[in-house]
Design a protein around this ligand. Structure first.
Ligand code: S3P
Length: 160
């Protein structure tokens, strides 16, 4: 299963809880990028720009291959066409964790390790731009403003 969605949608948290229940490993794509690059996300953005980060994110996603696992992606993975195509070609359900902008912004606004979180207006514009991309890339959509347990139980139903 692959989880997509905006920053703050809880992809990593939900992936770990789901992994305990399904007894499957989690691949956290942001962490893979950091491990493979030997640099923090902020550092990658500073030295290679967003384009460099997206290429690295694509390489990390490509390495997941067909392994049976739960993948928590970074919020912008769907904005890079090669990664989007890769997601479509992977033979596992892609689930979009959706919430309204205010819910997500409250969760992310003070995080200094997310280089794309700048002003509220800028983050809102990003959210608006991406909404339809998440929806078109996903096989399922789940409301992630509910509790982690509620989200995980919906994901369990999807995986059966
Ligand atoms: C990004 C989201 C981040 C991380 C990077 C870029 C984005 O992941 O990949 O800061 O473009 O939305 P999270 O969604 O886990 O915060």
């Amino acid at each position: 299963m692959i989880l997509i969605g905006f920053m703050g949608s809880g992809k990593s948290t939900v992936a770990h809880t789901l992994s305990d229940k399904m007894n499957l490993p989690v691949i956290d794509l942001d962490k893979e990028v950091v491990r493979m690059a030997g640099m923090e996300i902020r550092e990658i953005f500073e030295t290679e720009g967003e384009a460099g980060f997206r290429r690295r994110e694509f390489e990390a996603l490509d390495q997941v291959g067909d392994s049976e696992c739960i993948v928590a992606t970074g919020g912008g993975v769907v904005t890079y066409a090669p990664s989007r195509r890769l997601l479509q070609n992977m033979d596992v359900p892609v689930v979009y964790l959706h919430a309204d902008f205010d819910t997500l912004y409250t969760r992310i606004k003070d995080d200094s390790n997310r280089p794309l979180v700048r002003s509220r207006e800028q983050v809102n514009a990003l959210y608006e731009q991406r909404l339809h991309i998440y929806r078109s890339a996903a096989d399922h959509e789940i409301d992630c403003s509910a509790s982690v347990e509620a989200v995980v139980s919906k994901l369990l139903a999807i995986s059966q």
